[in-house]
Write a protein of this length. Structure first.
Length: 94
């Protein structure tokens, strides 16, 4: 795809979709997902300890596992998106 004249911001207003912003934003999306997963894990631990000490300990042990599963799933989905865009780049007719 040819680069739009306004860079990443200009690509947002490219109504012909001749350039993609997804590949430029994928790192930002992953960072946001990562931060949300951290906050969710911390929230699960806090809520667990508010319920009882047993629930808190269970949350403390399970939240890292759930965090890793969530991050792994998000990473796989984002990589699939990147792969689709790479396939498009490699099969485009010039």
């Amino acid at each position: 795809m040819e680069e739009s004249k306004g860079g990443s911001f200009g690509a947002l207003f490219d109504f012909s979709f001749s350039s993609f912003v997804t590949l430029k934003l994928i790192k930002v999306i992953y960072f946001i997902v990562f931060i949300l997963a951290v906050l969710a894990a911390i929230g699960v631990i806090i809520v667990g300890f508010q319920q009882s000490s047993t629930m808190g300990l269970a949350a403390l042990l399970l939240s890292p596992v759930l965090f890793l599963v969530y991050i792994l799933a998000a990473r796989v989905w984002l990589e699939l998106i990147v792969v689709l865009f790479r396939i498009e780049e490699n099969t485009r007719k010039d």
